[in-house]
Design a protein. Structure first.
Length: 174
């Protein structure tokens, strides 16, 4: 898409986007930063609710899945696209770091509460990789078609079982 096409789609003159953005990469970085912030806020709000650390962690997991399934285009834009010059966009770097930190906050608390043991950063990234992989496979239609959301082998069951396996691996005292 060209800047001219973008301006036309927005119903503005061809030069208007240049008043606010340097180029298409600048626009893309701004859109992605906003998406990462919305995603992070969704997870932060879910984890900030009432309940035990485990209950709030589940709420956060469910919010992650809900965000991805309700906004698949946004989710793909955030994670399936990598701009070669991401470091040139401080707001994008900040928003990505905020989203990444949401993957370890609850793990730090699980370790502090004596539920998990180990490196919270590593555990958070392992858990995130599992969650992201399952969601991405689901969004791409790569799970068998009969495995709908709540079927015996649907994404919710896959994530529940993977979470159970990871929980057993990182459980304190094991």
């Amino acid at each position: 898409m060209t800047m001219r096409e973008l301006a036309s789609a927005l119903g503005v003159s061809a030069m208007t986007p240049y008043r606010y953005f340097r180029d298409k990469d600048d626009i893309l970085a701004a859109v992605r930063a906003r998406a990462f912030d919305r995603f992070a806020e969704t997870l932060e709000v879910a984890y900030g609710g009432a309940g035990t650390t485990v209950e709030r962690s589940r709420a956060k997991r469910d919010a992650y899945i809900r965000f991805a399934l309700e906004e698949p285009e946004t989710y793909r834009l955030m994670f399936d696209l990598s701009q070669p010059t991401e470091e040139d966009y401080p707001d994008l770097v900040r928003a990505m770091a905020r989203a990444r930190s949401t993957m370890t906050t609850h793990v730090r608390d699980l370790v502090a509460d004596g539920i998990f043991s180990g490196d919270p950063e590593l555990i958070g990234h392992v858990y995130w990789a599992m969650l992201h992989g399952a969601v991405t496979l689901h969004l791409a239609g790569k799970l068998s078609p009969q495995y709908k959301l709540s079927s015996q082998y649907g994404i919710d069951r896959i994530i529940t079982e993977a979470t159970r396996a990871l929980g057993a691996r990182f459980r304190a005292g094991v």
